[in-house]
Every structure is written in C-alpha cells, then in structure tokens.
Write a protein that binds this ligand. Structure first.
Ligand SMILES: [Zn+2]
Length: 233
C-alpha cells in the first residue's frame, strides 16, 4: 500500500474506533494508531477531510477518548492484529476506500502523469531533435542557455542549411565545400572557423550533447565567440 492508501484506510478505522469508544459506558479509552499522518489529521479541526473533522469533533466532545501513537511492527498484539486485518482488507475487493485522497496526493499523481505524457510526446516527435539530443529528459526547471548557445544547439543559426530552408541561401553546402553543414561541422572541422574549433568528439560519440558534457564551460565560451563572429560576418 502506498503511504496515501495507508492514510485512506487508517482514517475510517480510526473513525470506527472513535465511534465505538463513544458508544461505550463512561470510561477512559485510548485508541492507539501507528500512522502519524492519521493522528495529525484527526487533531486538525480544519482538516479538508470530512472523516478527520468528524474524529476531531468526537475527541473534543468526549474528553475521555484519546488517540495516541504506537510504534508499529514491534510486537504489540493489538497492533499486529490490526495490521493483519488491514492487509487482509487491502487484498480483498470488498469495502472500497471511502476516504477521498488528499488534494496534495492528487496533485502529485497528475503532475507525474503530465510529465510522463510530455516525455513520451517529446520522444515521439520528429521536430526539435537537435535539442532533444541534448535535453532528453523533460523538466519544468528552466535551462539557462545564452542566446548563442540556443542558436547553436538547435541549429537555428546563420548556417547555409538553415538559411536555405527559408530561401535565404541558394545552397546548403558550407562555403568550405563540405556538405556536412551542421553546427558540429563549424565547431570542430570547418577550415573557415578553425580558430574557434573545439575538440572533436570520437566518431561514435559525435553528438552535441557529448560536446557539452565535455568541459562545458570552455565549450560554451568557444560557442558564444563563434556564433557572434558568424552573426557579424
Ligand atoms: Zn565548412
């Protein structure tokens, strides 16, 4: 059972125990619970959870009833028996949980699902592959790239292949004659940008992401200079 399911299962049990204690003749009763979350919820009269509020109300009106924490799985007979019954109930189909999941729990579930869908969409896309090669895992955290780095890693730079796509250049071939017109070509092998070259990664690793991973700071300075020069050329 997840933490939340334990909470959802223990709260009705605590409510049941409190109701039972209320029906008993006038005598002090202590209900022992091994889930601190349930105790905190029961102690909060403003809890968003109806069951928690009901337990809290019973405890306020019946001063002889107390809820207290007990350490789990250390051999207390009553607690072990409650644990056994909880497991039995969890494995059976009867009595679906009547306590609604907390909003915080639902938010975390939805967030996880949204991130999974986003990741899956990202992996199945055809466009934006050069960026995906570098940032393969989606994240809500901003990625602080400078303008020149964005231009370089997305390939949206003043390279012939990019300009040709929008009819700003008649050919996609690099002026040096190389037909491999990629940002990597300019960064590592083009004779026209030789003074800005960075170390070329091994052929089997010739991906931008590996360039970045290798000595990222120096590479970025090189890139910024190179793109700036190309822009003003
Ligand atoms: Zn070239």
């Amino acid at each position: 059972m997840s933490n939340n399911t334990v909470f959802q299962a223990e709260l009705p049990a605590s409510k049941h125990a409190t109701d039972h204690a209320t029906s008993l003749p006038h005598q002090p009763t202590t209900i022992l619970v091994d889930n601190q979350e349930s105790i905190q919820a029961a102690a909060n009269p403003r809890s968003r959870n109806t069951t928690s509020r009901e337990i809290c109300k019973s405890l306020i009106t019946n001063k002889l009833i107390h809820i207290s924490w007990i350490k789990a799985h250390v051999g207390y007979d009553g607690n072990e028996e409650a644990d056994r019954l909880a497991k039995e109930a969890a494995e059976s189909d009867r009595d679906p949980l009547s306590v609604k999941a907390p909003i915080s729990f639902l938010i975390s579930i939805f967030k996880k699902k949204i991130m999974e869908d986003w990741q899956s969409d990202c992996e199945d896309e055809y466009t934006g592959r050069s960026t995906f090669n570098i940032l393969q895992k989606v994240s809500t955290q901003p990625c602080y790239w400078k303008r020149e780095e964005i231009l370089f890693f997305t390939g949206h730079c003043p390279f012939p292949s990019y300009l040709e796509r929008f009819n700003f250049a008649s050919t996609s071939i690099c002026p040096c004659g190389n037909t491999n017109d990629t940002p990597l070509h300019y960064a590592t092998e083009c004779i026209l940008t030789a003074s800005f070259h960075m170390t070329k990664p091994a052929q089997q690793h010739a991906k931008f992401k590996l360039i970045i991973l290798q000595n990222i700071k120096i590479q970025k300075i090189h890139l910024r200079t190179e793109i700036s020069v190309m822009h003003t050329a």
